[in-house]
Design a protein around this ligand. Structure first.
Ligand SMILES: Cc1cc2nc3c(=O)[nH]c(=O)nc-3n(C[C@H](O)[C@H](O)[C@H](O)COP(=O)(O)OP(=O)(O)OC[C@H]3O[C@@H](n4cnc5c(N)ncnc54)[C@H](O)[C@@H]3O)c2cc1C
Length: 385
């Protein structure tokens, strides 16, 4: 099979069919009103795409990251925004890999059917973003439960989740020799949390349901801890490669959308008596963006193949996320330049997509930290952070 933008044609065409019901006007309206695209997410859920990575034994489709990445790429390429629901695909990975049989049986089939939404992921805090091991939210064991106190920042899709995966400190930082230990992961049932958790929406540059979350004396039963106490950071790290690959695919979808849009406009817009695309100053940046996108896509496929074969893929997944987010940001700027003043008009969707794709140079991990990882773990340079 050719690993390019024709791979998995059936998945592409099925996702395109769904996206056809949610055109630019729909996304502009959600963006303008800062509204969660509930109907779009519902349509994807009903069609089973958000259960792509859940094994068939638990009611999912049992597909690989390669196939799942095509779903997200295609949403972005059609001008949509998969950020509203991409986490429903991958947050459950921590439960799948490290949860007990009982936890998996209890939750995964209902997540696969879309009855339970597990798409909130509480890791980042006001004082701990890139440096995850510094988180301060505590979970103190009291008999058969933990009592959680603290604050999370940027917890996206909180109000659109029934369950939240929460990383909290179970051993004080100063008592640890190995600072990557002492954190644990919990599956928090938000429907039962009542006033123990308060989420305050953060107004942002993009339409993204994200929140500051305040947790006061929240009781979490022991049975809702995932895996062993103290190994939570490792469990979360395990899930990051899948997330990086899926985000890379979204960026590639965005980049292709920008390149297509810029190309079409450069052919039709006539200035000084000829199409602007006849000028090398206009066509070369578009061609360069296309080349950068195709190159990033090769790294995405390499990472996805390794991941699906169960082989280590940290360098490839990180490099795919880096290359793809840089390519989509470059393509966004080229597309805006190509459109001149019209790029700023909302009805062209360029300014919306421009804002949306910018996120991926910063989140879920900033590209600086990706470079620090490559420098240290791939090239053997001294740790810089
Ligand atoms: C819209 C949005 C949604 C998000 N959703 C979630 C979510 O659902 N769940 C969640 O847990 N988090 C979420 N995040 C948080 C996101 O993962 C963090 O913003 C990201 O990890 C960066 O952390 P920070 O913002 O604290 O930046 P900081 O860690 O404060 O870094 C600030 C800047 O300094 C740079 N920097 C820091 N240290 C170094 C170094 N040693 N070398 C070079 N550069 C360095 C960084 O690259 C960055 O550019 C979201 C963020 C946004 C904006």
């Amino acid at each position: 099979m050719a690993l390019d933008d024709t791979a998995y044609p059936e998945i592409r065409s099925a996702v395109r069919d769904i996206c056809a019901g949610f055109g630019g006007g729909y996304w502009r309206e959600q963006d303008r009103r800062r509204r969660y695209p509930a109907e779009f997410v519902e349509a994807l859920t009903k069609a089973g795409w958000l259960a792509a990575l859940i094994p068939e034994a638990y009611g999912g489709s049992g597909l690989g990251v390669a196939e799942a990445s095509v779903v997200l790429e295609e949403i972005q390429r059609q001008g949509g925004n998969g950020a509203a629901c991409h986490a429903q695909m991958y947050v459950m990975g921590t439960l799948l890999r490290h949860g007990s049989d009982e936890q998996k049986r209890r939750y995964l089939p209902r997540i696969a059917r879309g009855e339970l939404r597990l798409q909130a992921f509480g890791v980042t805090e006001p004082n701990a973003g890139s440096e995850t091991t510094r988180i301060q939210t505590t979970a103190v064991r009291k008999g058969d439960r933990y009592v959680v106190n603290g604050q999370k920042m940027w917890t996206s899709r909180f109000h659109q989740s029934d369950l939240m995966l929460l990383l909290a400190r179970t051993t004080p930082y100063d008592e640890l020799e190995d600072k990557t230990r002492g954190l644990s992961v919990f599956l928090v049932d938000l429907r039962e949390a009542g006033d123990r958790i308060e989420a305050r929406p953060i107004e942002t540059m993009i339409n993204h349901s994200t929140n500051a979350v305040f947790i006061r004396d929240l009781e979490v039963p022991l049975e809702d801890r995932i895996g062993d106490e103290g190994l939570g950071f490792r469990y979360i790290l395990d899930g990051w490669n899948a997330e990086r690959i899926l985000i890379a695919a979204e960026c590639i979808g965005d980049a292709r959308w920008f390149v297509d849009k810029a190309t079409a406009y450069a052919k039709e817009r006539v200035v000084f008596g000829r199409p602007i695309g006849q000028n090398q100053g206009v066509q070369f940046p578009i061609a360069r963006s296309h080349a950068a996108t195709e190159a990033a896509d090769l790294m995405r496929w390499r990472a996805a193949r390794l991941f699906d074969a169960g082989r280590p893929c940290g360098p490839e997944a990180n490099m795919a996320k880096y290359l793809a987010s840089e390519a989509s940001w470059d393509a966004a700027n080229v597309c805006l330049d190509t459109h001149g003043g019209f790029g700023f008009a909302a009805e062209y969707d360029v300014e919306r997509k421009f804002r949306e794709t910018r996120l991926y140079k910063i989140a879920p991990i900033s590209n600086d930290l990706v470079l620090a990882y490559v420098a240290q773990h791939v090239l053997g340079l001294p740790k810089s952070y």
